[in-house]
Design a protein around this ligand. Structure first.
Ligand SMILES: Cc1cc2nc3c(=O)[nH]c(=O)nc-3n(C[C@H](O)[C@H](O)[C@H](O)COP(=O)(O)O)c2cc1C
Length: 209
């Protein structure tokens, strides 16, 4: 039987969301998935990026490790996991631009019935951690994804994360996800993969054939 295919499409500027993305990939692979890790690209000018020290360098470093997510990646996937740092309590424009680029295959119904899940990072504890994840549920519903939250379905959930998806509080980018946050992200990877496996071959009304 072929492996369930998991696309992890994230944006990260300072590395916290990137670390969670890799932990989700580890969990997914542990549960038998084939994984594509993709980083959404900036679309602001180099002049704008130069205003934030390190942005251009970090971007170039991550872009050398991860391809940009494409329409073909989304079509390929059985499950799509979106990750974003908070931007004013909501999704980063870079990831949103990727989601918006999926309009063509959305119109063809090609995303209906795929599994979807979300994760992210904020600077402060109450700075939009949960609202950011919930803001991503809205386009995911439009895309026809079957949204998989985490609930408290694993002991890791009582130590970190949110029931909506793995998260991290970076304290102005001074903290990286610790073992408790990584455990939540790994659980998310395993859970998403197991749901994708369970749905394989299932008759889902309205799903792409
Ligand atoms: C334009 C902008 C808006 C932001 N808005 C928020 C916010 O509303 N709440 C918050 O806690 N952090 C906010 N942040 C901080 C980032 O979300 C935070 O540093 C995050 O951990 C970065 O993740 P990354 O390391 O994956 O880039 C903002 C950062 C930028 C550049």
């Amino acid at each position: 039987m072929t492996k369930p295919k998991v696309l992890i499409a994230f944006y990260s500027r300072n590395g916290s969301t990137e670390i969670l993305a890799n932990a989700i990939a580890e969990g997914a692979i542990a549960d038998g998935a084939e994984v594509r890790l993709r980083r959404a690209r900036e679309f602001v000018s180099q002049e704008v990026m130069a205003n934030a020290p390190g942005w251009a360098e970090k971007s170039a470093e991550m872009n050398s490790k991860y391809e940009a997510p494409t329409e073909a990646d989304a079509e390929w996937a059985d499950a799509i996991v979106f990750g974003t740092p908070t931007r004013f309590g909501s999704i980063a424009a870079e990831l949103k631009a990727y989601i918006d680029s999926l309009g063509g295959i959305w119109f063809q119904g090609k995303l209906n019935g795929k599994v979807g899940s979300v994760f992210g990072s904020t600077s402060s504890r109450h700075g939009g951690n949960e609202s950011t994840l919930l803001s991503m549920y809205t386009p995911m519903a439009h895309l026809g994804l079957i949204i998989v939250p985490l609930g408290y379905a694993d002991p890791a959930m009582f130590k970190a994360g949110t029931p909506y998806g793995a998260t991290h509080v970076s304290a102005m980018d001074t903290l990286k996800p610790d073992a408790d946050h990584l455990a939540v992200a790994q659980f998310q990877g395993r859970r998403v993969t197991s749901v994708a496996k369970g749905l394989r071959g299932a008759h889902i009304v309205g799903a792409a054939s």
